[in-house]
Design a protein. Structure first.
Ligand code: HEC
Length: 434
């Protein structure tokens, strides 16, 4: 009896932690015939297909030389780096009569510190916790033609245009061929070039790609995947690394210790030295897309951290996914889909929600007390309808509750509420009605 009690206590200690771990989903065998939905049934294969597609080397006409302080550098851009970035899509001084156009020449690389927009300082959102913006890495976001055109054609690139869009009352819905990429870079040495996809910024700084998010509108709530540079410290911490397609083994468990507290600090933040072997499937994807030589060498240094196609498992357990670099300060609670579901605006077209620290009571699986001090907690699991609308009392009017909009969701694209500026002289009348 006593033993049963003890076991129960142990379970109590372990369970909340276990509930935070994303379950390891068994790999689907590829079907013999045509798969009707690769993004849904073989998400990791689809993640790699996207990776190989967007990382192809950009044509020579989209490379350019940079001369800075007497030295000349040549860019090494992949296709996604030639697409419009956030500052291109969301100009600081938007002029509604002169919308941004699809670039027909190479664009300058503009990186901003992680967690900060190109024009925003999020000290207020972070409730004074500047401590988490310490890294010296650079971040950028690029969107393909389908995504860019949708933003421009629907006037979602400046605040008044967003307000007018919201006033129409139609949900935002990006075309199914939309793709967006977020890249994180660290400064690297010339001698380390072969280990990274590298590029120069306009000051001749050499950067190595360390993290890459790719989203695609192949699915109604988008398809989500994140890749890591293979030697990122803590690459698989907390949630493990899952890849049913590109590299074996298909699951690398986290080094994270149990929630009981006795955790040597050196268990997290370490390089994952577990060997990973490329599969014939990924090998041939690279080959078919023309990857060879140094270009293939660069791109053999990335691993899929995981893909995401739903908010929860079929039993309602939140699914977590985050990158050790991009989501470093809130990885333990990160869910691409839940956080992005909160990309929403108020009737005036401005951002409706902060995205950090809104859920301070969420249970976290912590590695060390010191880490607890610097962790942000973020929403995960199914979105809460009350974030977006207030509902009249169902019990009084069961069949037709009154729905009052609070915030309008913008099809998971955070850049819209996050980056759009107000036009000074507007040709679009901002709406005051929701
Ligand atoms: C806690 C919130 C949060 C989580 C979790 C999160 N993101 Fe984001 N994401 C953002 C914000 C905010 C931006 C806008 C940043 C900017 O514009 O500078 C963004 C931007 C992006 C973009 C550029 C397109 C856009 O929406 O503006 C992509 C792609 C992206 N994230 C993918 C992912 C993926 C994949 C994951 C999961 C591995 C993820 N994100 C997890 C908040 C989050």
């Amino acid at each position: 009896m006593r033993r049963a009690q003890a076991l129960f206590m142990v379970l109590l200690l372990i369970l909340p932690a276990a509930a935070q771990q994303s379950p390891q989903v068994p790999c689907n065998a590829p079907p013999a015939g045509v798969d009707p939905s690769v993004p849904m049934n073989q998400p990791d294969r689809y993640a790699w297909e996207l990776f190989v597609q967007v990382n192809q080397k950009a044509p020579a006409s989209f490379q350019h030389s940079i001369t800075y302080q007497g030295k000349t550098f040549m860019t090494n851009s992949a296709v996604w780096e030639t697409w419009p970035d956030d500052p291109w899509t969301f100009p600081t001084n938007p002029d509604p009569s002169d919308p941004p156009k699809w670039p027909d020449a190479p664009i300058a690389k503009r990186l901003h510190p992680k967690g900060k927009g190109n024009h925003l300082t999020h000290t207020a959102d972070l409730a004074g916790r500047n401590d988490i913006i310490l890294d010296t890495g650079g971040e950028e976001i690029h969107r393909n033609r389908a995504t860019f055109d949708y933003v421009i054609q629907n006037n979602l690139w400046y605040t008044q245009g967003i307000a007018a869009f919201v006033a129409k009352g139609l949900p935002a819905n990006f075309p199914t061929d939309s793709i967006e990429v977020k890249g994180n870079w660290n400064k690297i040495k010339e001698s380390d070039k072969s280990k990274y996809h590298w590029n120069y910024d306009e000051q001749g700084n050499l950067w190595g790609l360390v993290a890459m998010h790719i989203t695609s509108k192949a699915l109604p709530n988008w398809f989500w995947a994140t890749f890591e540079w293979v030697d990122n410290p803590g690459r698989c911490d907390y949630i493990g690394c899952s890849d049913c397609f590109g590299y074996q083994p298909s699951f690398v468990p986290s080094h994270t210790c149990p929630a009981s507290g006795n955790c040597p600090a050196n268990l997290v933040g370490q390089i994952y030295k577990e060997p990973t072997t490329i599969t014939p499937g990924l090998d041939s994807l690279f080959a078919k897309a023309g990857y060879s030589g140094a270009w293939l060498g660069e791109y053999r240094h990335y691993r899929l951290k995981g893909s995401m196609t739903n908010f929860t498992t079929s039993t309602g357990q939140p699914i977590l996914l985050g990158n050790s670099v991009t989501e470093s300060s809130f990885l333990q609670t990160a869910s691409c889909m839940t956080c992005h579901a909160r990309a929403a605006v108020k009737a005036d077209g401005t951002n409706a929600f902060p995205f950090f620290g809104e859920a301070p009571t969420l249970p976290l699986q912590m590695a060390t007390p010191a880490q607890f001090q610097t962790q942000q907690t973020t929403y995960h699991g199914a979105p809460d309808p009350n974030w977006f609308n207030s509902y009249s009392d169902f019990s009084k009017n069961e069949f037709q509750p009154t729905v009052t909009p609070i915030a309008t969701q913008l099809d998971f694209v955070w850049a819209i509420p996050f980056q759009a500026h107000a036009a000074k002289t507007s040709t679009t009348k901002p709406s005051s009605k929701p």
